[in-house]
Structure formats: C-alpha cells, structure tokens
Write a protein that binds this ligand. Structure first.
Ligand SMILES: NC(=O)C1=CN([C@@H]2O[C@H](COP(=O)(O)OP(=O)(O)OC[C@H]3O[C@@H](n4cnc5c(N)ncnc54)[C@H](OP(=O)(O)O)[C@@H]3O)[C@@H](O)[C@H]2O)C=CC1
Ligand SMILES: O=C(O)CCC(=O)C(=O)O
Length: 411
C-alpha cells in the first residue's frame, strides 16, 4: 500500500470513529491544490537538465498551509500528497494555527553542486512564488533540504514580493531564522519520548536506542538522548550502520562523520548491516529517514518495545498491525515529529512580530506544546478506546473538521 492509500485509510478510520458527516469527510480528503512544475536548469558543464517539482496544498481551514520541501530521487505526486495531508493533521495535533502542505523535487541533491542546487531552488521558487505566501503557504526544510535552501527561496521570493522573511521557516538565523529550529524536530521527538515513557514509569537514561537516519532529525535526536544519559547503541545513514552495545559516543561520531563523510570506520563502534538496524535489539527504535521502512517483511522481527516515528510515515499499515499484535507501542509521526513545525510556527510568529526569542524560551515553549499535545491525544485514546495513532488522527481530524464546519460551506 503506498503512502497516500495508507494515509487515506488512517484518515477514514478516524472519520468513522468520530462519526464525521460524509460531506466533511470528502472535503477533508481532497487536496486544496496540487502544483506540478518542470524545473530546467543549466548544469555546471553547460548541459540542460530538467527536474519535476511538486507543491501540494492540502487544507487551509485552520490557517496558512505549512510543510517542508523534500529533495530526493523518490519524490512523486502521491507521496507528496500523503505528506501534505499528514501536515494538516500534524499542525492540528500540535494545535498551531496552520493547515498542511508539502513539496518536493525529484532529484539526488548529493549529485548536484551547490550552484546547481541554488539554480534549481530558484527556478522552483519562480514557478510557485505566486501560489505560496506568508498567509497562504509557508515552506520549510525536509529531507535533502536545509537552511541554505530556505535562504535561496526567501531571496528569490523577495524579488517578486519585497523582503519577506516569514515566507519560509527553518532559514538561517542571520536571515530571521529561529534559535532552536534546527534541533527542533529531534528535540521535540525527545520530549515526546519522555512524555510517552513517563506513562510506563520509564526514563531515557535507563534505555537503549537505535536510530535509522542520521541527518537533521536523527543526529539531533541522538545527541539529545546521549546528553540525557540514554544509550544510543546503533545508528545508520545511507553510507552504512554502526553499533556499540555500551552506547555510541554521539558527539565523537558526529565529528567523525563531519570529517570523513561517513559513519563507518568510526573506532568507537562496529560496522553492522544497515538492513539490520530496524530489527536490532534495543528498547526504543527511532526511524528518522524515509517512509515505509517498517513493513510486512521486517515488522515481525522488530525487537524494540517502543517506536518513535520521527520520520514521516515510516510504518506501513501491514507493519502497524503486526507490531500492535506484538505489543509494540508506536508513537505516531503526526505527533512525534511535530516539534519541527511547532518551532517553525514560533519562527513565523517572531518574523511577523519583528522580535527574536532566546533559545531557552523556544525550547520551553516547544516542551509545553509537545507535552500538551501528548495529553490531548491520550485523552482521545481514552474517549475512543483506540491506539496512539488513532488518538492522534482523531485529535487532528476533529480539530480540522470543527474549523471547516465553523467556516461554513456556502460558495
Ligand atoms: N527536517 C525536519 O524538520 C523534519 C523532518 N521530518 C522527517 O524526518 C525524516 C528525516 O528528515 P531530515 O532529518 O530532515 O532529513 P535529512 O536529509 O537531514 O537526513 C536524512 C537522513 O536519512 C538518511 N537516509 C536516507 N536513506 C536512508 C536509508 N535507506 N537508510 C538509512 N538512512 C537513510 C540520510 O543519509 P545520508 O545523509 O547519508 O544521505 C540522512 O542521514 C524525514 O522522514 C522527514 O520527512 C519530519 C518533521 C520535520
Ligand atoms: O517546519 C515545517 O513547516 C514543516 C516540517 C515538515 O515538513 C514536517 O513536519 O514534516
């Protein structure tokens, strides 16, 4: 089942639990707008190359649509649609005044030079600039993009609309980015983990963790878990995987990766097969890379007791069923990785106010939002006798449905 079918299925189940009116159900499923653009750029060697870019704006009942832009060779419309829909429920779960959107370009960023990436980002922005806006759709980083990508979008957009720092979030601090945004998704996932573990009388410092993906989200989550005394015993990225049953020294691993560009050859651990990371013996598994990595093939072999979905859609519905039968507790993506968009909201607010918060305030507010959202979703689980994923979906869908109903239907 692809990501869109799986997301639609979860939505429909939540709609059924909530007893949603069929008109509302239908309107919430259909995206507001799908944008597909051809981005042709000259490569550094003078040849022309074209890439397909997407921006899907799913829903704006609760506010401007919000979501990242992904650069990855597997980007395609259905997946962007699923990710945009997940953003709608995520911003509602976090209770921030946004709808949902997502974008992406089908490319392999590592194969492009910095100037090629800049040209591609500028052409993409030229093609969508009149469909995004501070009060309509505000992009941010996702896989394969970062603060520099947001700086280029800001610059290109500002050529058409005047200086507009609030058009993107996750931008460099020097251009109005928020302190704490870079770490926010990883940090938020750790706050989420703490809230969940507290329910079981457990603490990060007594547990072992395996992390798939060591980019923005995975590296920050690993660093913060390490600071809290948790043992990160296995980590992987596209270059390979490394393990140490006594806990990896995460700051040392990060500086090794910075120097060598890979995780392997790190003297503080042993190389392992990347495919084994998800089924490695550990207490908590944190997928921080692609979608659909937990599936029918590997779910039964997962040994973790808890899965924190820091990635978007890492667990497909088959795996969801298998894992739940095994008693594995899954903290769903639309809550677990909401820390990024929550601090994006703080960044947007700071840009609009023209005022900068200090990092302690950002982190304290993030913790407040993540903890409150956890209690809100738990209370949906109790009211509807459902698991955490359905608790999060019913919470998000109910808030969006209420906003839709209040705004009314008449054209
Ligand atoms: N950035 C954000 O604020 C948010 C991100 N997310 C989600 O978190 C996930 C990660 O995003 P982010 O950290 O920003 O992306 P990055 O591009 O910064 O990092 C992705 C990481 O995943 C690794 N990776 C890619 N494919 C594989 C694979 N097959 N096996 C193991 N590792 C792999 C990459 O390796 P390498 O570097 O070697 O290519 C990299 O370490 C995505 O699902 C994203 O949608 C969710 C909410 C917010
Ligand atoms: O920060 C944002 O606006 C969105 C981040 C994102 O793409 C996500 O939460 O999946």
């Amino acid at each position: 089942m692809n990501a869109l079918a799986a997301t639609n299925r979860n939505f429909r189940q939540a709609a059924r639990i909530l007893g949603l009116d069929s008109k509302i159900e239908k309107s919430l499923l259909i995206p507001f707008r799908e944008i597909k653009v051809e981005c042709t750029i000259p490569k550094d060697d003078g040849t022309l190359v074209s890439y397909v870019g997407f921006r899907v704006q799913h829903d704006n009942a609760r506010g401007p649509m919000k979501g990242g832009i992904r650069y990855h060779h597997e980007v395609e419309l259905d997946e962007v649609n699923a990710l945009a829909q997940l953003m709608t429920w995520k911003t509602a779960v976090a209770n921030i005044p946004y709808g949902g959107a997502k974008g992406g370009i089908g490319c392999t960023p590592k194969d492009l030079s910095m100037s090629e990436l800049e040209r591609l980002t500028r052409v993409f922005t030229q093609k969508i600039h009149d469909l995004i806006g501070i009060n309509t759709d505000v992009p941010a980083p996702d896989m394969g993009t970062n603060a520099q990508t947001m700086a280029w979008i800001l610059d290109e957009y500002s050529k058409f609309h005047g200086h507009s720092p609030a058009i993107v979030t996750g931008k460099p601090i020097d251009l109005g980015g928020s302190l704490g945004r870079e770490a926010a998704t990883g940090r938020g996932a750790v706050y989420a983990t703490e809230a969940l573990l507290a329910e079981y009388g457990k603490n990060i410092k007594d547990l072992t963790f395996a992390i798939q993906g060591f980019g923005n989200v995975g590296a920050w989550a690993g660093k913060i878990i390490h600071e809290r005394g948790g043992k990160v015993i296995a980590v992987s990225d596209i270059t390979g995987a490394i393990k140490n049953p006594n806990g990896l020294d995460i700051p040392a691993l990060l500086s090794h990766r910075e120097k060598t560009g890979k995780l392997t050859d790190f003297t503080g651990g042993d190389v392992m097969n990347s495919d084994e990371l998800l089924t490695h013996e550990c207490d908590v598994l944190i997928p921080c890379a692609l979608g659909g990595v937990l599936n029918r093939e590997n779910a039964d072999h997962v040994k973790a007791n808890f899965i924190i979905e820091a990635a978007n859609h890492p667990t497909d519905p088959d795996a969801d069923e298998i894992l739940s039968k095994k008693g594995v507790v899954i903290l769903p993506d639309i809550y677990a990785n909401a820390g990024g968009v929550t601090v994006s909201y703080f960044e947007w607010v700071q840009n609009i106010q023209g005022f900068m918060w200090d990092e302690e305030k950002v982190n304290a507010e993030l913790k407040k939002y993540m903890t409150r959202a956890f209690h809100n979703l738990k209370s949906m689980c109790h009211s509807h006798n459902c698991n955490l994923r359905m608790g999060a979906f019913t919470l998000g869908v109910n808030r969006v449905a209420r906003a839709t109903q209040l705004r009314g239907w008449e054209a």
